[in-house]
Design a binder for this molecule. Structure first.
Ligand code: NAI
Length: 660
C-alpha cells in the first residue's frame, strides 16, 4: 500500500491479486457475498458474464453505473460551497444538498445564503437557478493577428443552463436517488463520555451513515467529505454490512482543504484534491468515478489518489502541521517580548529559507476556527489510543501553546491597564476567527472576552465588519449562558455596527481579527514573492481573460464576468451581471425573517457580505480623538504601525515586540 499516485492509474500488482483482501477493506467484509464475487468476475474478465446469475450481474451493473446524481448530506460551510462548485462545473450532473436543518435549507433556496464566502453567490445563482443564454463579446484589443481562432474573434455563444443544484430536507429520498453520496456533516470534539475533550464526536456522521445504509441503492459510492478519524472507512463499511448484509458499497475518503474566507478560490483552484479508496479494483473504480467529477475543472495532475486511511489521516496531519507553525512562531513571540527581538523580523528572516518557507509565520493571538483545534485533538486521541503517548503529548502541546498565547495577550491588556478594568471600556475590533468570514466558531475573541469579563469592566464593545450584530449577540448569549453578559440583560457586552461608536470613549482597543479595514499600514505582499512576480500579478489583474477557446469553460465565463465587473465603471453594470446571464432570484415570502433582519440591522444572516460592506480603512485619528487617555491599542494581529499610532497619541502593544 501506500504510493501516492496522480489520479487513478492501472496498477498491475493490484489487478493481478484478485483474491487478496487489501488492508483497506475490513476483514472479511462481504467476502462471501455473491455481489462481491460477481464483482470479481467482472474485474477479472473486464466485461459482463452472461453465465452469471442475474442477481450477480444486476449488482455489478449497479456498481458500474455512470454518475448522474450526487447527494451531499450537510449544507454547512463545506457541503454548501463544495456541492455548488461541483454542480456549477458539471452542468450535466444533478447535485442535491440535503440537511435536517430546515432554516439552513430555506436560506440556501433564497437570496439570503446562510454563509458568506466571497464569490459563493455567483456560483449558486447559476447552478441553482439556471442561466440565460449569453454571448461573450470578442476582445476589444487588436490581437486577432496572434490567434488563428477565427471563431473566437467574433465572440462565443454560451447556451442557457437548466438548474442542476438543489437544496432539500428530504434526506432519505435524495440518498436513494444518488450515485454518489458525499457526507459533509459536522464532526466536533466530544464533550462528554469516553475521550471527552479530544476524541471526535461521530454522532452526526454515524447518523448519516445509517441513513445511507438504509436508503442507498447497491453500488452507491459513499464519500467521507467530513474530517474523520483514521480508519473511519472501516466503520462505515461495518455499518453498511449490518444494515445491508451482502450488498457491497465502496467508501472513499475525500477530505476538504478549503479555508474559511477563501473557500470558493480554494475549491475552484485547489492545490490538490485528495481521494482515498480501497486498493481493490472496485475501490479504484469508485475513486475513478469521483476523479471524473473533479476533472471537470481540476487538472488531473492535481488529483491525488491514495489508500483510504492515508487520505483520512492526511487531513488531520495537514491541519495539525499548519497549527503547529502558528504555535511555533507564537512561542518565539513570547521570547521576543522579553528580549527586544522583533517577531516579524524573525519570521521574515527565517521564511527566506525555502526549507522553512514564509507561510503561516505570523505571530498573533493564536488560531481559532472550527477545525484546527479539533483536528489536532483528534490526532492526539488517535496517538493515545494507539499507546503512542509521547506522540500525543507532542501534538497536544500545539493546542496548549495556542491557549497560552491567547491568555498572555488578555493578561497583558489587564496588566497595562493597571490590573483593573473597573469603570473602563474595552473595545474589540474583530469577532470572527479570521478576516473575510462571518464564521465565529472557536474565535479567540470570545475567550479573551471571558478573561476580561472577570475584571468587571464598565463595557466590552465589539465591532466586526463581517458579522451581523444581531447574530453575534445571540451567539454570545448562548455561549455565556448562565451569565448576564449582554448590556440588554444588565451585563457589560455591547455589539456595535459601527467601528467609531464602538471605539468612542474606549480606554483600550484590541485588534482581534486581521481585517484590512483596521490596518494603518498597507497589507504586505508575501516576503518571498520577488518584485517581478508581484508586478506580473498586478499586470495580470488588468489582462482580459477572454476565453481563447471556441467552447469556453465555466471557469472562463466566471473569470470574464469578474474581469468585466472589475474594469468597467461601477455604473455600467448596476445589477453586477455584465453578461446578462442571471435569472431573477427566488422571491421571498412577505414574512421572510431574513428580509426583516436586513431591515432592522442592515446586515444579512450570513454577516455583512463584502459586496455590501464598505472597505475603507478606519480613520485612526478620528478614533484617537474620541478615546479615553492613555489610549491603549493592543495589536493582536500584527497589522499596526506603532510609530504612526504614536503620532496620534495612541500607545501600542504588539504581539512579539517589547512594550513601547
Ligand atoms: P457545519 O456545522 O457548518 O455543517 C454541518 C451540517 O450538517 C449542518 O448544517 C447540520 O445541520 C448538518 N447535519 C448534521 N447531522 C445531520 C444529519 N443527520 N442529517 C442531515 N444533516 C445533518 O460543518 P462544516 O463546517 O461544513 O464542517 C463539515 C465537516 O467538514 C467537518 O467534519 C469539518 O471538520 C470539515 N471541514 C470544515 C472546514 C471549514 O472550514 N468549516 C474545512 C475543511 C473541513
Amino acid at each position: 500500500m501506500g504510493s501516492v499516485k496522480s489520479s487513478v492509474e492501472p496498477d498491475d500488482a493490484a489487478f493481478g491479486d484478485m483474491d487478496s483482501t487489501a488492508p483497506t477493506t475490513p476483514d472479511g467484509s462481504g467476502s462471501s457475498s455473491p455481489v462481491l464475487r460477481a464483482e470479481h468476475y467482472v474485474d477479472i474478465v473486464g466485461f459482463e458474464r452472461p453465465d452469471l446469475p442475474q442477481i450477480m450481474m444486476s449488482a455489478v451493473q449497479d456498481m458500474a453505473r455512470p454518475v448522474r446524481n450526487i447527494c451531499c448530506v450537510g449544507a454547512g460551510y463545506v457541503g454548501g460551497p463544495t456541492a455548488a462548485v461541483i454542480a456549477y462545473q458539471n452542468p450535466h450532473l444533478r447535485v442535491t444538498v440535503v440537511d435536517k436543518n430546515e432554516q439552513r435549507i430555506r436560506r440556501w433556496n433564497s437570496k439570503h445564503l446562510p454563509i458568506y464566502e466571497p464569490g459563493l453567490g455567483d456560483i449558486v445563482r447559476i447552478a441553482r437557478d439556471g442561466s440565460r443564454a449569453c454571448f461573450l463579446p470578442p476582445k476589444e484589443t487588436d490581437d486577432s493577428n496572434i490567434t488563428n481562432n477565427s471563431i473566437n474573434d467574433s465572440g462565443a455563444s454560451v447556451p442557457a443552463r437548466q438548474p442542476n443544484l438543489f437544496f432539500s430536507t428530504q434526506v432519505a429520498r435524495c440518498i436513494r436517488e444518488a450515485d454518489i453520496v458525499l457526507i459533509a456533516v459536522n464532526t466536533p470534539t466530544k464533550t462528554r463520555g469516553t475521550g471527552a475533550g479530544s476524541a471526535t464526536d461521530m454522532t452526526s456522521f454515524e447518523a448519516v451513515t445509517s441513513e445511507v445504509a438504509q436508503h442507498a441503492r447497491p453500488g452507491t459510492i459513499i464519500v467521507e467529505k467530513s474530517t474523520v478519524p483514521c480508519r473511519t472507512a472501516e466503520l462505515v463499511q461495518k455499518t453498511m454490512a449490518v444494515h445491508r448484509p451482502g450488498v457491497h458499497f465502496e467508501v472513499l475518503s475525500n477530505p476538504e482543504f478549503l479555508a474559511a474566507g477563501t473557500a470558493m478560490k480554494d475549491i475552484m483552484h485547489p492545490d490538490r484534491v485528495l481521494i482515498g479508496s480501497s486498493t481493490t479494483l472496485s475501490g479504484r473504480r469508485a475513486a475513478e468515478a469521483l476523479v471524473g467529477v473533479y476533472a471537470a475543472w481540476v487538472p488531473r495532475s492535481r488529483i491525488i489518489t491514495t489508500n483510504v486511511y492515508s487520505s483520512e489521516l492526511s487531513k488531520l496531519v495537514a491541519n495539525s502541521m499548519l497549527a503547529q507553525r502558528i504555535s511555533s512562531i507564537n512561542s518565539i513571540s513570547a521570547i521576543c517580548e522579553r528580549t527586544g527581538a522583533d517577531v516579524d523580523e524573525i519570521a521574515a528572516a527565517i521564511g527566506c529559507d525555502p526549507r522553512i518557507g514564509d507561510k503561516f509565520l505570523k505571530a498573533g493571538i493564536g488560531f481559532g476556527g472550527s477545525c484546527f483545534k479539533k483536528d489536532i485533538l483528534s490526532l492526539v486521541y488517535l496517538a493515545e489510543s494507539l499507546d503512542l503517548d509521547e506522540v500525543g503529548e507532542y501534538w497536544r502541546q500545539v493546542v496548549k501553546m495556542n491557549e497560552y498565547q491567547r491568555d498572555r495577550f488578555a493578561k497583558r491588556v489587564i496588566k497595562c491597564l493597571n490590573n483593573t478594568l473597573v469603570g473602563k471600556k474595552i473595545t474589540l475590533l474583530g469577532y470572527a476567527f479570521k478576516a473575510n468570514t462571518s464564521d465565529t466558531r472557536e474565535s479567540p475573541a470570545l475567550e479573551i472576552i471571558k478573561t476580561l469579563l472577570e475584571e468587571s469592566p464598565k463595557e466590552i464593545a465589539i465591532y466586526d465588519p463581517c458579522c451581523n450584530p444581531v447574530v453575534v449577540r445571540a451567539e454570545i448569549k448562548a455561549l455565556l449562558k448562565g451569565q448576564a453578559a449582554l448590556k440588554e440583560d444588565g451585563g457589560a457586552i455591547e455589539v456595535y455596527s459601527n467601528a467609531y461608536t464602538a471605539c468612542s470613549s474606549s480606554h483600550a482597543v484590541l485588534i482581534t481579527t486581521e481585517f484590512d479595514e483596521f490596518r494603518n499600514i498597507p497589507s504586505k505582499a508575501p516576503s518571498k514573492a520577488p518584485a517581478r512576480a508581484i508586478a506580473a500579478l498586478q499586470a495580470a489583474k488588468k489582462v482580459d481573460p477572454r476565453p481563447s477557446l471556441y467552447k469556453p469553460s465555466e471557469t472562463d465565463i466566471l473569470d470574464l464576468q469578474k474581469f468585466l465587473l472589475r474594469t468597467a465603471p461601477a455604473a455600467m453594470y448596476p445589477d453586477s451581471d455584465p453578461l446578462q446571464r442571471y435569472k431573477p432570484e427566488p422571491p421571498c415570502e412577505s414574512d421572510c425573517p431574513d428580509c426583516e433582519l436586513i431591515k432592522t440591522s442592515g446586515y444579512s444572516t450570513a454577516g455583512n457580505s463584502s459586496e455590501d460592506r464598505k472597505k475603507e480603512q478606519l480613520d485612526w485619528s478620528k478614533i484617537s480623538y474620541h478615546m479615553n487617555k492613555p489610549k491603549w491599542l493592543f495589536d493582536g494581529k500584527g497589522i499596526i504601525d506603532a510609530k504612526a499610532m504614536g503620532k496620534l497619541g495612541i500607545r501600542v502593544e504588539s504581539v512579539g515586540r517589547v512594550s513601547a
